[in-house]
Design a protein. Structure first.
Lengths: 342, 322, 322, 342
């Protein structure tokens, strides 16, 4: 089983989606300085994971589903959610995807197959398996994408779920975005495989499940690897665990502080905690977004002019999202009591 | 009408719903392990499955299947086993509808027995109802009769929200008249099990028959106790309780859990706020003594409220004044 | 005396005990990841460790280390994260001493923040105190001042039983005078934060400063509220509350949790039973509105009790009668 | 690293302990018929696991610790607990190991290093790791034995704990008694490795931990395998996962029923649920207790006369335990309120 590489048009789509996620999130980040107080609580950016997210979701078909974590801005944008509604949610406004009830950690867009996100580490993995069971019963070849971090693979929910998913041959693709860190803890500090120099995909052996490790900075590599897993799943052959090696290009999240303290994004923990500026800068040099643009230009799929045109269009789209969200009203107070029960 | 044991009545409720609605799923540990299994034969392995000992995954999978359009019923056997998956029960299932701004619904039933006070000792005999009672988005059902066991299970399956269905293990073989055809018992409607004008007793699960027995004993002394079974504690039918207290002026709450872990204490708080004017005497709580449930038979009996202590509690309520 | 933020006071309490007792361990997620870590430098990696995101194993390991003679303190960050390990918290740690007939003791501290109502939304902002309050064998501490944070942590570490130490995240940077040397605050002794004869307010955590602010507002109108901070809810110092109610005859319970999930309701139940004669009016509960905590700022503020609602609650209690 | 085989005297000790566990538990089982109502709740027998239990604990030294599950009668007996106190506990009497507060599922004897047992599947595994951390800090070469079932390896606590144990190199020996069943569920029905025909010790790969499978009916094989793991642990080289293949020779436990229904032991689930009488009888033919007696006799370590003498002694010891327990008084009612807090 091997997946055909995406054609030129599809490659441009992949690049455009990567850029859309990046441009959206750069504006989320800038909101902390440009519009202090507009974003509250805790936001988590996907910068560095764009290639992994888009390379994976490039295989998403209508009827499929995706579930993720609190680090959830990228997925719905790639699946077609309106950036205006996404930004409005992060700003806590009435026009938000979740009417301001969910916020940055809980973006949801069911119409586009983005079923839900849990802020509890590992907790969303069984939800994805449940959706995969539903797909298995429907027998339409639908699959479910489950996105989570390396740290989540130390939570019981991960192990319990992968065993059942393998046993039941559920049509699920488990994409572990290994960014090397759980907040300020390195993977080697918390994972026995990592400490032994083994890939985290080794864990798949505990479930007699295929486990693969892929360069998450390379959207085409991710596309090929996830594509195979998706084919297996659609064919009823069961789930796959994919370790996608990425790197967070921002800190884990904005600083955690009570009201009164202005929130902002500190430098990456590699620098602030471990003093490894070089590690961070090396990752930055491999930034998948400009890197893929370079690849597409040098391979002739894209020329500089077209690339600038895309950048301009995407920038405008995301700026419009900010402008819209800033103008969107806050929800009625009483709406806090809506949707408690169905 | 058929005379069925409690346990068969629950199954009847699940069958009733699985027959009419192909989206209802039923799964859990140590069930459906052979083709002879009642539910496997009727509905097949797509809808009826055995799981490993993985409550977190089991309940999480139910949540995901529910968000994807199905109505899972999870067999959990004992309420304590939900504790290893408590996040899924109280911080996942009831949250998604709200956090998504009403985009998803999470209709599922978590079926678990509780209060098996017959030598199961410290970790298997708890009465955990109150733990689930105050979670916005979650409903909690505690049947005490076979008929309600069927009807409340059916209603729980049709409900579009996550429901914790807690059946008392000591009632498992208690028989009762159960309606044959489609039977549904509404949530949020307490049942007055016995009418009486002197004192109001509120109890759930196994404490209902114990309270009714105590009421008969008291009747011999000319004391008429009204015994109320809330049947669902979330939603809680406080009105029926308040109406009774308005009549009797005296309230005794019976609960198998120890102090500060009871539904009794929570209802007492509501009545002290909303029914205060009716109260002629202190609200009495007849609850378990403050200990983990011991193994040894006489000690277990000593810890858990019995008829005698209920009778004493009622007399205390009758003596009491302002 | 030193003027310290709440968070530093907690650390001071842990340092105080780790310095004097080599059996005290401190571990959890995202701490001690470098040699520069304060506690690592002071006590080394034998006693201070970072763990993976594995609360069930973390708390279970604390139980095993405690049974083997150590005094672990587990850093859990947010109370909700204990839910994935709830069995270890309520059905393991508090059970072993009892089930072993007193052979083992399980001295450990589960340190967790709660109630971070500043945009953390549906899964990270809960006030779960009541979940832990009714478990025989378990103690529950809820400091509201920096001095108590240090003193109660130290007492928790010396206690021979499992203790859930819940610090309110919104108080993290609140400064207060903290005794320099050895400082211990006893369990089961409530503190009267403000004296007053007209009404009794009971609150914990962040609701204490909110209640004190409300009391000042009320004082301007000539209403003197007595504000009581239980400090530990298991054991609960009901006497101090009953004494105050005997004086004021009116009780307002303030709690950040929604109805049926509150410490307020549980205390109301106790007072309705043991302090009924003192009550001149219904017990008022000023608690969160019945919803998961929403993200949007005005909605979050709408759901959680504020000064205004506390003032209104007090006036309701003063108006009320039998 | 290879472990020296036990000498003749030690082999006789092993056999004697196996027989003691068997004879004790046969009397627990007979109590249901001989003295109805004396045992309440749920009891779980270790018959079939005696070789695994004794072969493992033969390496136990003072200062070591052992923790187990609700299926816990065998371990304390081997560690030196008084059978009288153990039986009295199972009968709920004042002279019980736990003063009647714990019962059959929670035998504990701290003086003998048997720290505790959890009735919640998997929950005791982290407790063992915690005791192992204590041993690691004490640096006296002490180790901790953690006994649990095959089904427990599907519970999050198992995975979370083994990762940390491996990462921290804890002196722990994780002995999984794989009896092929979780109540009425076969291992292949609930475990992805088993369904794929792989040993459950494969799971150790998810923790970069050595994983071994051994014939749990052969006490000498268990002795050798566990011995190596114990040496590793004492040497500070970290934990080992051992899958010890055994078979339950009784049902999971006595029937579960409310008061009024007389309790008893049904036939094994292989027969009552799966109709596989042959599977059960084959296991019975391999019964480790008579089998090891046969081996010792044929190898000349033991002669029939000596073997009968041991049997008589053990039988008398265990009968005395029953007689003692039956006479032991019930605890004072108020003692139900002792030991809630330390
Ligand atoms: C059960 C639980 N424990 C702890 C936390 C706190 N927490 C939030 S994110 C996070 C790090 C997760 O790391 P990883 O899974 O690698 O995802 P990443 O943030 O790196 O994308 C932690 C510990 C939580 N949300 N849930
Ligand atoms: C968390 C939890 N879920 C379910 C149970 C009910 N239960 C008790 S024993 C058991 C079977 C365990 O099987 P295994 O681990 O193989 O041990 P065995 O009984 O075969 O020795 C189950 C499911 C429990 N005690 N705890
Ligand atoms: Mg990570
Ligand atoms: Mg087994």
């Amino acid at each position: 089983m091997s997946v055909q590489a995406p054609n030129a048009e599809r490659q441009i789509w992949i690049y455009t989606q990567m850029l859309r996620v990046r441009e959206f999130e750069q504006r989320v980040k800038r909101t902390f300085t440009d519009h202090p107080g507009v974003i509250r609580g805790h936001t988590h950016l996907a910068d560095g994971a764009e290639a992994s997210i888009v390379g994976s979701l490039a295989h998403f078909k209508p009827g499929d589903a995706a579930l993720a974590t609190y680090r959830c801005h990228g997925y719905p944008l790639v699946l077609g959610s309106d950036p205006k509604a996404a930004m409005a949610e992060i700003y806590g406004r009435a026009d938000g995807l979740c009417k301001g009830l969910g916020g940055s950690m809980h973006l949801t867009d069911v119409k586009r197959g983005f079923l839900g996100t849990s802020g509890i580490v590992g907790a969303g993995i069984p939800h994805a398996a449940g959706a995969a069971w539903a797909a298995q019963i429907r027998k339409k070849g639908e699959v479910v994408f489950s996105f989570f971090g390396d740290g989540a693979s130390k939570q019981g929910a991960f192990f319990e779920t992968l065993n059942i998913a393998s046993l039941w041959k559920l049509p699920a693709i488990f994409v572990m975005e290994n960014n090397g860190y759980n907040v300020v803890t390195t993977t080697a500090q918390e994972d026995a495989n990592a400490a032994a120099g083994e890939p985290l995909s080794t864990k798949a052996k505990a479930f007699a499940m295929p486990g693969v490790t892929v360069d998450g900075f390379d959207p085409l590599a991710v596309y090929a690897t996830v594509g195979e897993a998706v084919e297996r799943a659609r064919a009823g052959k069961g789930p796959t665990l994919i370790e996608s090696k990425v790197y967070r290009l921002s800190a884990h999240g904005n600083i955690i502080a009570p009201p009164g303290v202005p929130l902002h994004y500190p430098e990456h923990e590699a620098i602030t905690v471990f003093g490894k500026r070089e590690e961070y800068e090396a990752a930055l040099r491999g930034d998948p977004v400009p890197r893929f643009r370079g690849i597409l230009v040098s391979s002739g799929v894209l020329n500089a002019a077209k690339a600038d045109e895309i950048a301009a269009k995407v920038g405008a789209e995301m700026q419009a999202a900010v402008d819209f969200a800033l103008k969107s009203p806050f929800p009625r107070l009483e709406s806090a009591l809506d949707h408690v029960y169905a | 009408m058929a005379n069925l044991p409690f346990i068969a009545a629950i199954d009847a409720g699940i069958h009733q719903e699985m027959r009419r609605d192909p989206s209802v799923l039923y799964f859990g540990q140590n069930m459906a392990t052979t083709e002879n299994h009642d539910f496997v034969k009727a509905y097949g392995h797509d809808r009826v499955r055995v799981t490993p000992i993985s409550e977190t995954a089991e309940i999480g999978i139910a949540i995901g299947a529910a968000m994807a359009g199905f109505r899972p019923v999870v067999e959990l056997y004992m309420a304590e086993f939900m504790l290893v998956a408590m996040d899924q029960v109280v911080n996942e299932a009831p949250r998604f509808r709200y956090m998504s701004g009403g985009q998803v619904k999470v209709p599922l039933v978590l079926k678990a027995g509780f209060g098996f006070a017959c030598g199961w000792a410290g970790q298997h005999t708890g009465s955990l109802t109150a733990l689930f009672m105050g979670v916005p988005g979650l409903k909690v059902v505690v049947p005490s009769t076979a008929a309600d066991a069927k009807g409340l299970m059916a209603t729980a399956i049709r409900d579009d929200n996550p429901v914790v269905f807690l059946h008392h293990y000591l009632l498992t073989l208690e028989h009762g008249e159960v309606p044959d055809g489609e039977h549904l018992v509404p949530f949020g409607k307490a049942e007055v099990r016995r009418k009486g004008g002197d004192v109001t007793i509120v109890a759930t699960g196994w404490m209902v028959p114990r309270s009714l027995a105590a009421a008969e004993t008291l009747a011999k002394e000319g004391i008429q106790a009204e015994v109320i079974d809330p049947r669902t504690v979330a939603p809680l039918d406080l009105d029926t309780i308040l109406k009774s207290v308005a009549k009797t002026g005296r309230l005794v709450l019976v609960d198998q859990a120890p102090r500060h872990a009871t539904v009794a204490g929570i209802i007492a708080g509501d009545v002290a706020e909303q029914g205060f004017a009716s109260l002629k005497a202190p609200i009495v709580q007849v609850i378990a003594r403050d200990a983990t449930v011991p193994y040894s038979e006489p000690l277990e009996a000593y810890v858990i409220p019995d008829e005698e202590r209920i009778v004493a509690g009622v007399k205390k309520a009758l003596k009491g004044g302002r």
